[in-house]
Design a protein around this ligand. Structure first.
Ligand SMILES: [Zn+2]
Length: 262
């Protein structure tokens, strides 16, 4: 069955098929209904044909204001269903045969709010703009290969700011190519009364870290988290410590050296 739009991956579909809508399709119960889904996307987002079909209407307009902004593209598939794309800039003309997945339109700009594709699915062309002639796009099964894999992203981390920046994390006070030099630097600083530690970074270098009084050995970096976990863990941690934490993605963006992978 049909496939859809590039912007689908943003998860911003608004299923509003049964909403009463003054501009909507008339129903036998005397009300008008939205009879479609609105698919929010930036203006000029490219729209792919949901099905193989033929263009049975291609209407362009420069009107980008009011409730009926943008143009209309209607695609009839081989079963006779009509896919009605409103608030769009059609890129294919009447009578064109299109293949599913080919680019057929762009989302129209709109001065009245967030631009969006308004998608109706008509049971047949001659049933027309009537609520009973429409299928709720939410009930349509979309083709698997166009589903975007929502793999959890485990690469988020957060950390204390270094003590010199008001956090409880250590400051990196030296970077050395050789472990012996780092050890020497550590000894010198310890002799001066500083609390220091050494770390072999996964970049092959050796680091000396200076800790704020009372914080030695405290964890200063957490993760990885999924984005969701990260956001809640970050809030929790910040409320416990009353300090701003720094969130980041990717080990090399850390303030601190990462130890060699164990
Ligand atoms: Zn709509």
């Amino acid at each position: 069955m049909p496939i859809y739009l590039a912007s689908r991956k943003d998860g911003n579909r608004d299923f509003a098929f049964h909403f009463r809508d003054a501009e909507g399709a008339p129903s036998s119960d005397g009300f008008r209904y939205h009879s479609a889904v609105d698919w929010f996307a930036p203006a000029n987002t490219l729209i792919e044909a949901p099905v193989d079909g033929i263009v049975v209407e291609s209407y362009s307009t420069s009107d980008v204001s009011g409730p009926v902004f943008g143009g209309v593209l209607k695609l009839k598939d081989e079963t006779g269903m009509v896919w009605v794309l409103r608030h769009v800039i059609p890129l294919v003309s009447y009578g064109t045969k299109v293949l599913s997945g080919s680019t057929v339109a762009k989302v129209s700009p709109w001065t009245g709010g967030t631009p969006h594709l308004h998608l109706e699915i008509w049971k047949n062309q001659y049933g027309g703009y009537v609520h009973e002639n429409m299928i709720d796009p939410k009930t349509v099964t979309w083709v698997e290969e166009y589903k975007v894999e929502e793999k959890p992203d485990l690469s988020f981390y957060y950390e204390e700011l270094p003590a010199s920046q008001g956090g409880a994390g250590p400051d990196v006070v030296g970077t050395y190519r050789f472990a012996a030099y780092a050890a020497g630097a550590q000894l010198l600083r310890r002799a001066r009364g500083e609390t220091v530690s050494r770390l072999a970074g996964d970049d092959g270098k050796f680091y000396v870290l200076r800790w704020a009084p009372g914080t030695y050995g405290d964890k200063y970096r957490w993760g990885p988290f999924t984005k969701e976990d990260r956001d809640s863990a970050l809030k929790r941690r910040e409320s416990v410590t009353s300090r701003a934490m720094r969130a980041f993605k990717g080990r090399n963006l850390s303030n601190f050296p990462w130890p060699k992978a164990s």
